[in-house]
Design a protein. Structure first.
Length: 187
């Protein structure tokens, strides 16, 4: 199919299966595939995040890390990566960037210098407060096109999907503090 013909097909138009033979069968299957829908959902989320969180220059990973540290002051890096469901390398990079910007304080755990204790600075708290309206707008942007029942069903289905597939992730979510690091951080 040439470029001009492709441009004629818009998102709102239905392909003419009777005249197209089987060329759309694979396409139709692909656009209805869960992997494609999840990828498209992420694209929609990212566009909304970029717009609604433009008050601060922060990425989704940096944001979840900042909020997680705020919720668990003194958390160690290993536990943070698990709670935020971010691989350790990306977590380390995001923590370093947030620290450089003055949003996080990194303190060594004296009993284990390989571990770091994290806390949100006053500037980091200000950023969290600044992003709250954007988070609300983003939620409305993403879910506002659905009825209340559809919103509940989508959130419930996503929670089940993520929970049941957690171990497939390169960064499974962990909801327990590393006890060794926690013990050392409180002594």
């Amino acid at each position: 199919m040439d470029k001009e013909s492709m441009e004629e097909i818009s998102e709102d138009s239905e392909p003419d299966h009777a005249n197209s033979g089987k060329k759309y069968d694979l396409y139709d299957e692909m656009i209805a595939h869960p992997a494609h829908l999840i990828r498209r959902s992420y694209q929609i989320f990212q566009a909304g995040f970029d717009e609604d969180m433009s008050v601060v220059n922060i990425t989704p990973v940096q944001w979840i890390i900042l909020v997680t540290v705020s919720s668990f002051p003194g958390i160690d890096m290993t536990s943070l990566a698990g709670f935020a469901a971010v691989d350790k390398t990306s977590c380390g990079r995001a923590v370093a960037k947030l620290s450089e910007r003055g949003y996080l304080q990194i303190s060594p755990i004296l009993e284990d210098l390989r571990q770091k204790r994290l806390s949100v600075t006053p500037e980091g708290k200000r950023v969290i407060d600044q992003t709250r309206p954007g988070v609300s707008r983003l939620r409305e942007r993403l879910l506002g096109v659905l009825t209340e029942e559809e919103q509940i069903n989508l959130i419930n289905a996503l929670q089940v999907f993520v929970s049941r597939n957690n171990e497939l992730s390169r960064a499974p979510q962990r909801r327990k503090i590393d006890k060794k690091a926690r013990k050392k951080s409180t002594t």
